[in-house]
Design a binder for this molecule. Sequence first.
Ligand SMILES: C[S@@+](CC[C@H](N)C(=O)[O-])C[C@H]1O[C@@H](n2cnc3c(N)ncnc32)[C@H](O)[C@@H]1O
Length: 278
Amino acid sequence: MQNVTEHYASDGLTARILESLIAGGVDQRAIDECTVDPDVLAGADEFHLGGRAATEQIVSAVGASTHAPRRILDVGSGIGGSARRLARSLQCQVSGIDLTAEFVETAAAVSEVVGASEATDFAVGSATNIPFDPDTFDAVTMFHVGMNIEAKTEMASEFARVVRPSGAIVIYDIMRVGEGEITFPVPWATSSESSFVATPADYGEVLESAGFVNLAVADQRDLVLAVMKATSEGPPNPVNLGVVMGSEFPTMIKNLMRLVHASVLSPIMITATAPGEA
Ligand SMILES: C[S@@+](CC[C@H](N)C(=O)[O-])C[C@H]1O[C@@H](n2cnc3c(N)ncnc32)[C@H](O)[C@@H]1O
């Protein structure tokens, strides 16, 4: 786990994000008055392939499987972009947990400047030991985190414990869809020591063993490729994931996209339902 947090953590993250907002044209007064437009942050606070467009798919999937959710848990919430989006679109409370303390701190700070502090809360916590009581959430989401989790059986049983009967889970992870070596670094790891990429069938097996039903698998490759193309053709955005991950990020994303183009890895969304009556 230390490898994971060392990979993601860096000093001064909140200050760098705020500086990038200023560089992107945000007025200092909007920061001081906590009225920054949350959409301006999408280039940096949606740390998964497909960015905001992919998050919208997850928002729709949660909305379709849980009627008017009141509480959602976002596991591995990073700096909180997806949690804020879920809270805004579904008008509910979203709690985020993440192993990396610096990300948790920045998530709370960013929620403040966009005026989302009441609808979102963040805490340090692990997907395999979730710091909440049983049946607390109407839905559990997880974006691009499972690649760092070796103990997926424990992860699935923790999801089953904290989601209420007939609640929804939506996992959106990079999964293995073909043969081929992973070239490091990739956005989630600098070496194989902290990379635990699995197939959709592996996820299906642990989720069904934990009791989940109605599994549906959707490959988001086409959406991701369209978003990458549009981003590369658009103007440079100072609010980007390099601000979060540093100068190696372009190499990480290049290695990942080569594997996606070669159909070795793909961004896969899995939805499932917890058993029982609501
Ligand atoms: C690629 S980032 C994705 C962040 C966020 N979900 C998003 O899409 O913007 C992966 C995140 O997972 C967190 N993480 C990795 N393993 C974890 C675990 N076992 N439990 C909780 N968080 C974890 C990392 O600290 C990091 O913030």
